[in-house]
Design a protein around this ligand. Structure first.
Ligand SMILES: Nc1ncnc2c1ncn2[C@@H]1O[C@H](COP(=O)(O)OP(=O)(O)OP(=O)(O)O)[C@@H](O)[C@H]1O
Length: 334
């Protein structure tokens, strides 16, 4: 369990465990689905464990159908589970009451049916459900909808509707905010301001549980990520350490007689110096040299079995590298 230093009166410090926001053990959910061949059972969530600490942004990643939305809906109290222990802000969502719900903010995957109300009316009406809501005009400003505040919600664009969903999710000033693919349809600028908004909420003490297919979003926002596939956890950790240290080993790549060659090494400077001596042109210039460090997306794709092929990495030939006899610990020919 992670700990934080908590100052105690005087000069003595003690170590205390951080609070838990969400705890899940052995979660299971099976659906019946009807198809041409009769009724089949789909294990959407298959023995899932999660631990989210208060005050962190926690991202749940996984391919389509991995079980993310089912899991999140169970945590939100909107879906029953078949088995497993679930605690959200100290309560079981299947039994929690109105006071618990007022502490939870939800932005679901699908936009709500919005109808005739204006943005300002909708946010104002939603605020009244909560004991200590945010100021509607400030919330509308925070999601960048001020100039559309008097517009009827049915007249909003897709990205503007999504921003309104976010406004409705945060207007109750939740302790725990669920964001299920919140930035789908956002333009790049809106996505950036949304990221600032989310980090601001975290800095104000909220816990955020985010599902997203945008890996750069998870890399930017999340304190920790979990990758799930077929309803179970395949990896978890901080975005920059997911998959273990070898997963981020840099790739040095260059052209040799027209063929692209590459070398994985945790000492790229040394490899480049050797290449410059051995195959470098005038001034030691190495043709087509690139050095890349795998991104969260690369690591994710490897974890779920959709990693880059040698061809995608530009190796093509599988030829041995001239630096291939190096003693670099994590060398791999591509
Ligand atoms: N109401 C339902 N009835 C039957 N099967 C369902 C139902 N909801 C989800 N499933 C199935 O359960 C599995 C997990 O679905 P879920 O929506 O939780 O995945 P997801 O990770 O959120 O996917 P996506 O990234 O596409 O949103 C899928 O195989 C899906 O087809």
């Amino acid at each position: 369990m992670q700990t934080e230093r908590a100052p105690v009166r005087g000069t003595v410090e003690r170590v205390r465990p951080r609070d838990t926001a969400v705890s899940v053990r052995g979660l299971r959910k099976t659906y019946r689905s009807r198809g041409a061949g009769g009724t089949a059972r789909v294990a959407a969530v298959d023995g899932l464990d999660l631990h989210v600490e208060r005050g962190e942004i926690f991202a749940v990643l996984g391919p389509n159908g991995a079980g993310k939305t089912t899991t999140v809906e169970i945590l939100e109290g909107f879906r029953d589970r078949d088995a497993g222990e679930v605690s959200v802000l100290g309560e079981d969502p299947a039994r929690a009451g109105r006071a618990w719900r007022a502490r939870i903010g939800v932005v679901q995957q699908d936009s709500r049916d919005l109808g005739e109300l204006t943005v300002a009316e909708m946010v104002g009406a939603t605020a009244r459900y909560y004991p200590v809501p945010g100021e509607p005009a400030e919330v509308i400003e925070a999601v960048g909808l001020t100039e559309h505040a008097r517009k009827r919600t049915r007249a909003l664009s897709g990205g503007q509707r999504r921003r309104l969903d976010v406004a409705l999710g945060i207007v109750g000033r939740p302790d725990l905010l669920f964001l299920d693919e919140p930035t789908t349809g956002f333009d790049p600028q809106a996505r950036r301001s949304f990221w600032d908004l989310v980090t601001g909420l975290r800095d104000d003490g909220a816990t955020i549980l985010l599902t997203t297919h945008y890996l750069e979003e998870a890399a930017y926002l999340a304190d920790r990520v979990v990758v799930i596939d077929h309803g179970t956890v395949v990896a978890s950790g901080a975005p920059d350490s997911l998959g273990g240290p070898d997963a981020r080993t840099p790739l040095v790549s260059w052209l040799d007689g027209g063929a692209r060659r590459s070398l994985r090494t945790d000492r790229p400077t040394e490899a480049v110096a050797r290449l410059a001596r051995e195959i470098g042109g005038p001034g030691g210039e190495i043709p087509g040299l690139t050095i890349t460090r795998p991104t969260l997306e690369d690591v994710y794709l490897d974890l779920i079995g959709g990693g880059r092929t040698a061809a995608e990495e530009g190796a093509g030939t599988g030829a041995e590298t001239s630096a291939g006899s190096s003693d670099e610990s994590s060398e791999a020919r591509r």
